[in-house]
Design a binder for this molecule. Structure first.
Ligand code: NAI
Length: 686
């Protein structure tokens, strides 16, 4: 190390022959950089050293291959107990990044890979930013997704640098942008290929041009009278997508900007107070919890086993086609087999649309298409590391297929079935080696639904389960380990909630009123619209299987609709009548009984089933239950998952309500035995 170099646990400071200080962030013990209290305090000390040295300039960069900085360390948020404590922490962060701003020498952030949240705030505290032009470079403020907004000066600096329109778009949506867009809006001063990064930084420091400004036109919406109008417009726009009581963060950003947009010092102070309030509120706490649950599923997907390179998918229908295209987009070589060659042509056409939408760059689209190979005869079978079966939901057809393909497989290949209702054991019975079969239950639509249930059959080898889990993780999905029981976790929990909606509709309550109660609770879509979208025939089949296993009833109304061909969206009529893709809903038929009553019936059936699944150990713990239900059904993320919601609302109180519903509507509301353990927990807690 050079004599003037200085190293701490997470940072390295070196001075080159031009007198430029290079400060490298390389968080100890982590594969990616995130900002914790400790890393920030070290940065503060090193910045004092930099200002003492009178260097020619300061370049801040990352020592990690994975990217610049992923943001603040979210784990530390959970330890915040009160607003004052949060405020102290945030103000300290602002002060430290303020030290960068206060340096009189040119300062520059050298960005590759992700530069998010607190990482982008650090970059914004520098006078210049240079980013690599690689597709992996992403700049953004994802904070709203955690129920907060930037707190280390990000709202102030971004609006000042790129103008309010572009800044608020990034902050309110949480969407990250690539290097090209960052350059276009003035967030990055230059974008260069990775190999030119250091030279570009040196040149920028040497020439030290005036810092970028957004110019008059882009600053215009920041004038006070424009601010009032624009803030009102933004509030209306956000209110269409999010309820302020459930998701207060974007509304807080608009308030902050409306009140302090012309006063950077006031805005900085209020930014800290606003985040301190949000981060200790229930919405942010629960969204942070959901983020950490997602991290847990991701870490399950990172564990162990080698990852397949060649995937063979049998069945090129709705699911198989999308699974194949998704795998090809993730860089795997994929062969897709179907008995119907037209289906295979459809797979390629759908794949091309997916690739164009997501990859954009024509060379990458072409490469992904090269990896997606239609395979009418199944020539890919002997080379595949994994075979995914996604043919029709028919036991005999699947068994016959397994008999045919098993002799052609590589000895170490495993088979994953996408069945949503057939027990894995029933299919494994036909295999000479049942230990190599596992369930990989993807959800529809595959590119949107991140969750994949990894189903362990009684004969599945632990090694097979581990490989299937690692495979799901490697293709960017969230693997949820579940036991092989009817409906697995997600469909089992959804079904009573859907069926309660069907019963209410049969009682004469308007479909739109039922759906609205669910949406107001925080579900992404009402249960009847969901049933129509999935297809009422499919709902009826799954409900039948679960009813046979659990001795419950399927409402007559569902069978009646299917029998007259009202199958939902695909037939133009189900619980709703459709004009194109949209249900026709008039104000008149939206009226119904009090929302609370409807919500209670829907939600309590879902919660009751969730506790039954936990008691039966369909998943091994409560956090996995919450993760599965949030990512598999979209269960109100700001409530943190069904089990967490029960605890927040009061276990005894919900149990009482369930018993009242049982008295009124009968056995289907009988509290599951799983409540007893929770009631005990509540009694014993101080
Ligand atoms: P689909 O009917 O759209 O596609 C099935 C495809 O399999 C058809 O293209 C058919 O030609 C082909 N096929 C039938 N027998 C074959 C054979 N012996 N060899 C090769 N190809 C054959 O069905 P979908 O909806 O894609 O479902 C497939 C599987 O995924 C089923 O097990 C289903 O339960 C499951 N699933 C479906 C979901 C959905 O929402 N559609 C969600 C999750 C799982």
């Amino acid at each position: 190390m050079a004599p003037d170099a200085k190293s701490c646990r997470h940072w390295r400071l070196e001075q080159d022959s031009d007198g430029i200080a290079w400060l490298t962030f390389d968080r100890a013990g982590r594969s990616a950089n995130s900002m914790s209290r400790e890393t920030l305090e070290e940065l503060a000390d090193l910045l004092v050293e930099v200002s003492r040295r009178q260097s020619a300039g300061l370049v801040i960069r990352s020592g990690k291959e994975s990217g610049f900085i992923a943001g603040a360390d979210v784990n530390e948020f959970t330890g915040l107990t009160g607003t004052d404590q949060a405020l102290t922490l945030i103000e300290r962060g602002q002060t430290i990044l303020g030290q960068i701003e206060a340096l009189t020498i040119p300062t520059l952030a050298l960005i590759h890979g992700f530069c998010l949240g607190g990482g982008l705030e650090l970059a914004l505290a520098c006078r210049y930013r240079i980013a690599t032009d690689a597709p992996a470079t992403r700049l953004g403020f994802p904070e709203v997704k955690l129920g907060i907004h930037p707190g280390f000066g990000g709202t102030v600096h971004l609006t000042r640098l790129v103008g309010p329109l572009a800044a608020l778009d990034m902050i309110l949506t949480g969407r990250s942008i690539d290097a090209r867009r960052a350059r276009a809006i003035g967030l990055a001063d230059y974008t260069v290929p990775e190999r030119h990064l250091e030279n570009a930084a040196r040149a920028m420091i040497r020439h030290s041009p005036s810092p970028a400004t957004p110019g008059f036109v882009r600053s215009l919406p920041g004038m006070w009278f424009m601010r009032l109008l624009f803030a009102a417009y933004l509030r209306r726009k956000i209110a269409k997508r999010a309820d302020e009581n459930h998701y207060p963060a974007p509304f807080a950003v608009i308030d902050l900007w409306e009140r302090f947009g012309g006063d950077p010092t006031g805005m900085l102070a209020e930014e800290a107070r606003s985040v301190a309030r949000l981060i200790t509120g229930s919405s942010a706490r629960n969204l942070i919890r959901v983020f950490l649950l997602q991290e847990r599923l991701k870490s399950i997907g990172r564990q162990g086993s080698s990852v397949p390179r060649h995937v063979h998918v049998v069945g090129g229908g709705t699911m198989g086609g999308d699974i194949a295209a998704w795998c090809a987009m993730q860089g795997l070589r994929v062969t897709v087999q179907d008995i119907d060659h037209q289906r295979l042509a459809g797979v390629v056409a759908r794949g091309a649309r997916l690739f164009r939408h997501n990859l954009r760059d024509p060379r990458r689209v072409e490469a992904a298409l090269d990896r997606l190979i239609p395979d009418l005869r199944g020539d890919g079978l002997p080379r595949a590391d994994v075979v995914i079966e996604a043919i029709v939901e028919d036991v005999a057809a699947k068994q016959e297929l397994f008999r045919q393909i098993e002799p052609r497989l590589k000895p170490d290949a495993f088979i994953a079935t996408n069945t949503s209702s057939i027990p894995i054991e029933e299919l494994a019975g036909t295999l000479a080696r049942p230990d190599r079969l596992v369930g990989l239950h993807f959800f529809n639509p595959v590119p949107k639904m991140e969750l994949v249930e990894v189903v362990r059959g009684t004969a599945s080898a632990p090694e097979t389960v581990a490989r299937a889990t690692a495979f799901a993780g490697a293709i960017g999905r969230l693997p949820l380990p579940v036991s092989s029981s009817p409906g697995f976790l997600v469909n089992r929990i959804l079904m009573p909630y859907l069926l309660e909606a069907v019963i209410m509709e049969a009682e004469g309550i308007p479909a739109a009123a039922i759906d609205r109660a669910a949406v107001e609770f925080g579900m992404p879509m009402g249960p009847l619209l969901l049933a129509d979208t999935v297809g009422l025939d499919i709902c009826l089949a799954v409900a039948g299987i679960l009813a046979a296993r659990f001795g419950t009833e399927v409402p007559q109304r569902l069978a009646a609709l299917v029998s007259v061909g009202h199958l939902g969206k695909k037939s133009g009529r189900g619980f709703y009548t459709y004009a194109g893709d949209k249900p026709v809903v008039s104000e008149k038929n939206e009226k119904g009984p009090a929302r609370n009553e409807l919500e209670e019936r829907l939600v309590l059936r879902l919660l009751n089933e969730a506790l039954a699944c936990l008691r039966e150990k369909v998943v091994t713990d409560g956090d996995l239950l919450d993760a599965g239900v949030v990512f598999g059904t979209g269960f109100a993320p700001f409530r943190g998952g069904p089990l967490h919601h029960i605890r927040n609302e009061g276990i005894g109180r919900l149990h009482e309500r369930l018993k009242r519903l049982e008295e009124r509507y009968g056995e289907r509301f009988a509290p599951d035995a799983g409540w007893q353990e929770l009631l005990l927990e509540e009694k014993e807690s101080p």
